[in-house]
Write a protein that binds this ligand. Sequence first.
Ligand code: SOE
Length: 381
Amino acid sequence: MSKKKLNIGMVGYGFMGRTHSNAFRSVSNFFDLPLEPVLKTICARNGERAEAFKNQWGYESATTDWKTLIDSPEIDLIDIASPNDTHAEIAIAAAKAGKMVMCEKPLGRNAAESEEIVAAVEAAGVPNMVWYNYRRVPAVTLAKELIDSGKLGRIFHYRAKFLQDWTISQELPQGGEGLWRLDVKVAGSGVTGDLLAHCIDTAMWLNGPIEEVSAVTETFIKARKHNLTGQMEPVGIDDASLFLAKFQNGSLATFEATRYARGHKALYTLEINGEHASIAWDLHDLHRLQYFDHSDEGRLRGWRSLHITDRDHPYMSHWWVPGLQIGYEHTFIHQAADFIEAAAKGESASPTFREGLRTDDVTDAVLESARSRAWQSVRQR
Ligand code: SOE
């Protein structure tokens, strides 16, 4: 019997347009899902390249106007993989048209924008999800299961870093395709919204709400040529952002993100220390989970390096045989699978837009604390 279709209108053909397209294209080969995703229409600004993307990824049609996706009765799901300044307008229009909506992180450029997006999807009652993909690394999902099972006991510390080095050159321009992340008007913020947002999403998923933050940010290169104007313009983004945090459960945390850590390309690491056990994870070794259990026999006690490739590890029964690992793109496939399962029941999948808003509440508080040089409470909702 043929399955009901889930017709997708994708907005954006950059890095994230590719990860999302790949996820929807592959997911049914590995997961038995209630709906069959169909790559219906790709939308992007450059018509020729949209057409080429359509052919490469197997979309049925291409357009340069996202409003045609909203107006089309054929499209069930709008997936937003375009720059941050486009998220709100498209998501709100999609929700008003009764479409399901998925959105690349961060949800909005700030919490005020995200609040409007959340209001729209909740008023329309449409399934939604933000693409915070690192939750769906099997080792990170296992960390969540271990923490929820109580194995760590009371949590004392959380530590996260996301280090890159791709903007160190003074010659790098800001703005336009590929470099909009450096343009504050488009991105909303720098590493706070781009990298720390990942760390915050995972942290709150693993360890609960963050109540207070104290932050410092820096913009190392103060002016860069703007690709769209050709002029030197002030840089409005934060190049590095570090903060201390207090979680609602009483634990303390440090977070750091930068694009100026020479030698690091995308080093996301996290560690959580509990009364009975600790967990550490590293994106460059993403299929491993480091685990220390204080209840081990004393002479044999030490950090265990678990290879998360067995059938009883999260998501892994869908892949190859035990011992063979998976990678970055699979996290998006897992997220697509979880969304389709939920959407078939008319539900959202986690992180919902509301959860995305809570992350933006923390990033707003981080930026405010850096500005005011004072501890800042995080809005709780
Ligand atoms: C920035 O370089 C970036 O691509 C982020 O935008 C992604 O969210 C992150 O996963 C990798 O780094």
